[in-house]
Design a protein around this ligand. Structure first.
Ligand code: SF4
Length: 236
């Protein structure tokens, strides 16, 4: 796993080499092979082993530390890596470098990422499949092309319309979504998005919408379920 805070993720008392060798050693790799693995891992994330292996975390920049965290996640040769807001604390230029490195590593090592982010541009750049959540529930799931090209759930649509445009003619004049998220300890009945949804009807308060397959994607909204009782739903 790779976490958001690159500094808090590393033990300040261990050198980078000790950090990267820790898990391989714990899994029984002899010291000489662990040292070779450390060199290989640092190479993979673009850090010169001769320069960085013996440094401590406070001697690195945020981007370099996050590269070390990614190297540590690779140390046991996983097939799946979970990245939780892993680039959101980085400067934009450093973020782009780390994202490109993640894309290269994914291809080179046949990795799968579960990439958790609030940054819609980053998600679009990195993902094959996208899962949108609101207040702890999945509201939409599909390929990146389907979600960004034809969003179906009102929350996904609001999210995408809140993206800033580079085109000055496409200004956002109204907030795409009103109000604040409800308290997750005491969520609304039925559809959790109903307190902010412009299409909410009685059925939305009574029944939780199932995640229904609509073809290109799956959507949790009564408008997409035939015969749900919503006025915009198709009749079965
Ligand atoms: S189920 Fe109802 S409240 Fe929820 S997103 Fe659909 S229309 Fe809106």
């Amino acid at each position: 796993m790779v976490f958001q805070d690159s500094y808090a993720s590393l033990n300040p008392r261990l050198t980078i080499a000790e950090t990267l060798a820790f898990a391989p050693r714990a899994h029984g790799l002899p010291a000489s092979e662990a040292r070779a693995r450390v060199r290989d891992l640092l190479d993979k994330v673009g850090l010169d082993p001769a320069n960085y292996a013996e440094r401590y975390p406070h001697e690195l920049s945020g981007g370099q530390r996050q590269r070390v965290n990614i190297a540590r996640a690779l140390a046991l040769r996983p097939r799946l890596i979970i990245l939780d807001e892993a680039v959101s604390a980085l400067d934009k230029s450093v973020e782009a470098q780390v994202l490109n490195m993640l894309v290269d590593l994914k291809t080179e090592l046949s990795l799968t990422y579960v990439f958790i982010s609030h940054d819609l541009n980053v998600v679009q750049y990195l993902s094959d499949r996208v899962l949108v959540m609101y207040l702890g529930k999945v509201v939409e799931l599909g390929s990146v092309e389907a979600i960004y090209g034809n969003p179906q759930h009102p929350y996904t649509r609001a999210l995408l319309s809140a993206r800033l445009s580079m085109d000055p003619r496409r200004r956002t004049r109204e907030a795409p979504i009103q109000g604040d998220p409800p308290n997750p300890i005491n969520p609304p009945s039925g559809c959790r998005f109903r307190t902010r949804c412009p299409f909410a009807e009685d059925v939305c308060a009574r029944v939780e919408p199932p995640l229904a397959d609509t073809g290109a994607q799956a959507v949790a909204c009564h408008m997409r379920v035939a015969g749900s009782g919503h006025s915009k739903a198709a009749t079965p």
